[in-house]
Ligand binder design. Structure first.
Ligand SMILES: NC(=O)c1ccc[n+]([C@@H]2O[C@H](COP(=O)([O-])OP(=O)(O)OC[C@H]3O[C@@H](n4cnc5c(N)ncnc54)[C@H](OP(=O)(O)O)[C@@H]3O)[C@@H](O)[C@H]2O)c1
Length: 263
């Protein structure tokens, strides 16, 4: 069996979720620079329209397709609409996400449900709508945004980290099927990137990257053979290493680094 190949602009268009800001927005522009037709989705239509205008003059183009990924019916319809308008979706960057803080003792159940709806159920809805089409064509590439926060528990991210751990697990599991179906599935694991999502963070963010640098890592990674596209590599490897340590050592180090540990 040969590994699924990475796709190129002549194979079809790209679908990006979470395109209205941050990493998704920067990735749309990077892909358009490299000649892709990009179907950009998120809820805020005005931001998508402004992104579309910003791409004027690039080799490719960006077209706004407003979408709330928590609406499964709308996701299915969006996939059909995008394919009708721009041809087969060859590449999907499933990136939309939210990151509310959750801390004990006051667990905000509304926020917990919402983050699972967007970060987990929304991603599954996108894959459910797209994978059968790619499988029929035996061609396609899907990159899903997880996070290094999914490697192990970090303060304030009880729900967010849990959603990203679920995404890591889901991608690891689905990769076995996707390889047989001709679909190249990749996991994108960002560290800290300066976006509206991290603007709320009130703690040090080591190895913080710009949106543009992150977008280049994502788009270059799409052409690589790697299952996981992780950046910055320093933070990813430090966290992977820390997660190999006994819990007592892991908790002590993370508590000290983040300033959460008292005493
Ligand atoms: N920034 C980081 O340091 C970092 C680190 C690790 C992982 N990540 C992950 O990277 C991804 C992008 O994050 P970001 O930092 O670029 O944050 P961001 O700037 O806040 O972007 C989040 C995007 O998700 C979209 N979105 C949220 N809820 C949605 C919904 N229900 N339906 C459709 N789109 C929705 C938002 O658009 P609308 O509001 O217009 O819908 C926005 O475009 C997320 O999955 C995040 O968990 C980020």
């Amino acid at each position: 069996m040969t590994a699924p190949r990475h796709v190129v602009p002549s194979d079809g268009c790209v679908w990006v979720t979470g395109a209205s800001s941050g990493i998704g927005r920067a990735v749309c522009l990077e892909l358009a620079k490299r000649g892709w037709i990009v179907a950009a989705t998120a809820r805020r239509q005005d931001e998508l329209e402004s992104l579309s205008r910003e791409a004027t003059g690039l080799l490719g183009r960006i077209i706004a397709h407003p979408l709330d990924i928590t609406n499964e019916t709308a996701v299915k319809q969006a996939v059909l609409t995008i394919e009708m308008a721009h041809g087969p979706i060859a590449l999907a960057f499933l990136n939309a996400g939210i990151a509310p803080y959750i801390r004990a003792p006051n667990i905000n159940m509304f926020a917990v449900r919402q983050v699972f709806e967007v970060n987990v159920m929304g991603v599954f809805a996108c894959m459910a709508a797209l994978m059968p089409l790619m499988a029929t064509r035996k061609l396609g590439q899907i990159a899903v945004t997880g996070s290094v926060a999914g490697y192990g528990g970090l303060p304030k991210s009880a729900a967010y980290g849990a959603t990203k751990a679920a995404i890591i697990h889901a991608c690891e599991s689905l990769k076995f099927d996707c390889d047989n179906l001709g679909i190249k599935l990749q996991l994108v694991s960002p560290g800290f990137v300066a976006t509206p999502l991290t603007a709320q963070n009130d703690f040090p963010m080591p190895f913080l990257m710009s949106e543009d640098a992150a977008a280049k890592c994502v788009v270059n990674g799409l052409a690589s053979k790697a299952f996981e596209i992780k950046f910055p590599w320093q933070l990813a490897y430090i966290l992977k290493f820390l997660n190999l340590l006994p819990y007592s050592v892991y908790m002590w180090i993370i508590g000290k680094i983040t300033g959460v540990q008292k005493g």
